[in-house]
Design a binder for this molecule. Structure first.
Ligand SMILES: Nc1ncnc2c1ncn2[C@@H]1O[C@H](COP(=O)(O)OP(=O)(O)OP(=O)(O)O)[C@@H](O)[C@H]1O
Ligand SMILES: [Mg+2]
Length: 460
């Protein structure tokens, strides 16, 4: 999580009882992932970062970029996991204490040999501690994990700061909820909150949705339109899926943000607007800027503070809280229709929920809980597979593969893994290992695809 702006909102008073009730720690020590080259042509090179994974290889896009010709372009990956450091070989052989390793988890520090180079992978504590909020809710966002309480601490400070914020995260991680919560906890709360999905409208329309148009400005403009920027005057505008904004409009938007004056399509009058702009994206915007698809000046204007929403699989400890509130919400709806409450989910259902990856994050969890509440555990669908295993997926495991000698959950887990592997193998082959094409065809986020490929040792 990057935070480049100091903000002001004070902590709520008397936080200790909340901390005690939920046994929450007030802060956590942060560790950096560090890679040090101990031997070989690059001896002395060091890479350090707060991210959870680092690529090692000779490819310039590697985090630790080596010049050793015996090292592969994408040689291996080191990941920070709850159990320790995980090392995955990708394009080259990795040895630890003279034993070849393919996918291992070990305690920091780990000395690894890649070709003619020796690299130490370790976790080093940072001098500063990250403050964790005593809250387990911020607006409609919920979570008691360190990751969420760290997020809440940042959002609390940003809410009062009136600066642009870029919200990054996979689908369903709560970017919309975070934007609404920032608005509701800001001095603009009594003003409007307007969300504009920059990817939802055709190119021609998005211009007038954003800037407005005069009556008669173009053939279909039978009425004047105010546009999102003016509609959000004295309030907050969320530019959702901002990475989809066409390049031609990006410079116009930048001018509005700099001058605070907007001119509707077909008008020659400028009108002053007072808007706080928030932006949300599931894309890696730095990559978009590098690829020339997003203007860097607009990016820096929008990303005064960057907030990353953690994926659900990285904070499964939030599941009990989230499941309870989804059930409560379902029950409120049922009671209002005079229907009996759903009971709490049985332990087996919770166990089932804990064993999934949630590419669709909290949105997917909500659907699963609703399905479990209505249909119980016998329902054959699995999370992340909305069509269900009976859908005609090329390469899906055959019925004979189902391990009836195992308990239900283990058998299902194996089936699920085999399905993922067969599905991806087949799609990668069909798209000649082009990950972007596979992401598009499967509807699975690119980053999640890469995780699945690592998990199943598939190379794109
Ligand atoms: N931390 C959370 N606590 C409670 N509900 C959540 C949380 N995160 C997401 N949700 C729920 O998940 C669903 C998706 O949330 P939201 O629309 O904010 O996600 P998003 O990141 O904007 O997704 P997308 O990228 O697909 O637009 C909503 O129903 C929301 O209520
Ligand atoms: Mg959204």
């Amino acid at each position: 999580m990057e935070l480049q702006e100091k903000a002001r909102t004070p902590l709520p008073q008397s936080t200790t009882p909340i901390l005690e009730r939920h046994r929450l720690a007030p802060s956590k020590t942060v560790e950096r992932l560090r890679l040090v080259v101990l031997g070989g042509p690059d001896q002395g090179a060091v890479w350090e970062g707060l991210q959870d994974e680092a690529l090692l290889g000779t490819d310039p896009s590697s985090d630790l970029c080596l010049t050793d010709p015996t090292v592969a372009p994408t040689h291996c990956q080191v990941q920070r996991t709850a159990g320790g450091l995980r090392v995955l070989d990708l394009g080259g052989a990795v040895y630890h204490r003279a034993v070849r390793v393919h996918d291992v988890i070990g305690r920091s520090p780990l000395d690894l040999t890649l070709g003619g180079s020796c690299v130490r992978a370790e976790l080093v504590p940072l001098a500063v501690e990250h403050r964790l909020s005593p809250r387990i809710r911020f607006g409609r966002l919920e979570g008691a994990s360190d990751a969420m309480r760290e997020l809440f601490a940042v959002l609390e400070r940003l809410a009062g700061a009136d600066v642009p914020v870029l919200l990054e995260g996979e689908t369903g991680t709560g970017k919309d909820l975070a934007a609404q919560a920032l608005h509701q906890n800001s001095a603009r709360a009594s003003g409007p909150f307007v969300a504009l999905d920059c990817g939802a409208s055709p190119k021609g329309l998005i211009e007038s949705e954003l800037f407005g148009h005069e009556k008669g400005a173009f053939t279909d403009a039978v009425q004047e339109r105010r546009g999102a920027l003016r509609a959000a005057d004295r309030g907050t505008l969320l530019l959702d899926e901002v990475g989809e904004l066409p390049l031609e409009l990006q410079s116009r938007l930048l001018r509005v943000l700099e001058t605070r004056k907007v001119r509707a399509v077909g008008s020659d009058r400028f009108q002053t607007v007072d808007v706080r702009v928030l932006a949300a994206t599931g894309r890696n915007m730095i990559q978009e800027v590098r690829a020339g698809r997003f203007r860097s000046d607009l990016y820096y204007r929008l990303a005064v503070a960057v907030v990353k929403l953690p994926p659900l699989r990285a904070r499964l400890e939030d599941l009990p809280l989230l499941v309870t509130s989804v059930l409560e919400e379902l029950n409120r709806r049922r009671l209002s229709r005079g229907l009996p409450r759903y009971p709490l989910l049985p332990a087996a259902a919770m166990d089932f929920l804990l064993h999934h990856d949630y590419p669709g994050n909290v949105r997917e969890l909500r659907n699963c809980v609703e399905r479990l509440a209505v249909l119980g555990l016998d329902e054959p669908e699995v999370p992340g597979d909305p069509e269900g295993p009976s859908a005609p997926v090329p390469g899906a495991p055959e019925e004979g593969m189902v391990r009836t000698d195992l308990p239900f959950h283990s058998a299902k887990e194996l089936w699920h893994d085999a399905f993922e592997k067969a599905y991806l193998t087949s799609l990668l082959a069909a798209h000649r290992d082009n990950i972007s094409a596979v992401a598009k065809a499967s509807g699975v986020h690119r980053r999640h695809l890469q995780r699945l490929m690592l998990k199943h040792h598939l190379r794109g």
